[in-house]
Design a protein around this ligand. Structure first.
Ligand code: NIG
Ligand code: FE
Length: 431
């Protein structure tokens, strides 16, 4: 049986010895272009963790490690023997919509038979169906659903996750989703970063009046969220038939004025220029990008906007994958994420995500691992403190039931996570 070990404090001290292979990107900001494939790989490695923070990481034979080990042992610090196992940074899922009620399995089969995603949206299905179900759900129900999904994340090695609102659209339900994320923080070791995605669709009460809805969002909802400090990022579904470029710019500028950092759902379904807008506004990230134009991607490289690619969504929608190879070869920082949601991607599978990134987006495993760790941390503004295994960072780390990180892709769609450490504390063990 799998189980989370409860009752442990955060900020643990621990020593890891005999690690078969330690593999990690290095740095305190996003890795761009060719930097993405420069993983540090150490055979027979050791890590010293002091009150949740990594104080040493290197070869077992290193004299600093031996001193650290002797001192820590004398102080009674526990030792975990990681013989034959690979050790990588905790995975960071920087784009999810995991707090919602209801499911839409019928749409999955309609799409499998050729009905386009946006056609379902135009007929009033899609996102608005989940909005209806989520509006009817109590905070307790959302909490229960969220907590089950977090348990699945933890068992797959996710130590930090982003949570978008956007299935309420009205003030009360958007606040309820964001409050749910806040209460979930108390019961999970996973760090949750909240994003407000009010402009995810135009709600029925503003039918055919997207500008009226945006006025409401800008004048009422954004300030309420800000004053309660319920989200750090603001996001918008910038897409043909949802919110256009001008509307997206107006919303994002207002959000930035209030202190939000910016994200966009950009160029997911049709080529629309969202990636160019993200670059122009120096957004933290632009996400999806399946149809993004070359010139817009090159502008993102110049602005330092992170390209968040979501291979599980392209797979589910049966669309061509985002051109991550082109992006990296042209100097962008690429992050990977699940996009878990009830419509375009009802999958939380990290192992499948790795397989798709390597097999169908032509990333090396080093690039894919950087994408799901350090670059994902940067997409959430957390690269200073997490996303890599190096001295000074939070000890968010995984031990894998495999001799090297290569197996994350090679052992196709198989969960290899054996042990999850969050800030130096073992928070999950697969038994
Ligand atoms: O990232 N495209 C917009 N939002 C989600 C899908 C939401 C839904 O279909 O419920 C996405 O793909
Ligand atoms: Fe999304």
């Amino acid at each position: 049986m799998d189980g989370r070990q409860d009752g442990q404090q955060s900020g643990g001290s621990l020593i890891l010895t005999n690690i078969g292979e330690l593999a990690t990107p290095l740095g305190r900001s996003a890795r761009t272009g060719a930097q993405m494939r420069r993983l540090l790989r150490i055979k027979n490695a050791g890590v010293v963790i002091d009150k949740g923070i990594i104080s040493f990481c290197g070869e077992m034979t290193d004299t600093d490690f031996r001193h650290g080990l002797a001192e820590a042992k004398a102080a009674g610090t526990p030792v975990l023997d990681a013989q034959g196992m690979a050790c990588v940074p905790g995975f960071i899922d920087c784009h999810t919509h995991f707090i919602f009620a209801g499911t839409r399995e019928d749409e999955f089969f309609w799409r499998a038979n050729g009905l386009p995603y946006m056609e379902i949206h135009r007929r009033g299905g899609g996102i608005l169906r989940t909005v209806e179900a989520t509006r009817q759900a109590s905070q307790h129900e959302l909490f229960e659903l969220g907590s089950r999904r977090l348990a699945s994340m933890l068992s797959q090695g996710i130590t930090t996750v982003e949570s978008k609102s956007g299935y309420g659209l009205d003030l009360d339900t958007e606040l309820r989703i964001l409050e749910t994320a806040k209460t979930l923080r108390a019961i999970t070791p996973i760090d949750i970063v909240s994003t407000y995605l009010g402009p995810h669709a135009v709600p029925p009460e503003f039918l055919r009046d997207p500008d009226g809805y945006l006025d409401f969002v800008i004048d009422t909802v954004l300030p309420a969220i800000r004053s309660k400090n319920l989200a750090q990022f603001a996001d918008i579904f910038c897409e043909d038939g949802v919110f256009d470029l001008e509307q997206s710019r107006r919303y994002l500028l207002a959000a930035r004025e209030l202190g939000f950092h910016l994200k966009l759902h950009a160029d997911e379904i049709a080529p629309f220029g969202g990636a160019g807008l993200a670059a122009d506004l120096r957004a933290t990230s632009a996400d999806h990008l399946l149809k993004a134009a070359d010139t817009d991607l090159l502008a993102m490289a110049r602005s330092g906007t992170i390209a968040v690619c979501l291979p599980l969504t392209a797979f589910t929608l049966r669309e061509p994958y985002a051109r991550a190879r082109f992006m990296i070869d042209n100097g962008l920082a690429v992050a990977l994420a699940s996009d878990f949601n009830p419509g375009s991607c009802y999958s939380q599978s990290v192992p499948l995500l790795f397989a798709l990134a390597v097999l169908y987006m032509s990333l090396t495993i080093d690039e894919a691992l950087t994408g799901l760790t350090l670059n994902a941390a940067a997409a959430l503004g957390l690269a200073q403190s997490t996303g890599s295994i190096e001295a000074g960072k939070k000890a968010d780390m995984l031990l894998l039931d495999a001799p090297s990180c290569d197996f994350l892709a090679y052992n196709v769609a198989t969960n290899l996570v054996k042990t999850v450490l969050k800030a130096g504390t073992v928070v999950y063990t697969r038994t």
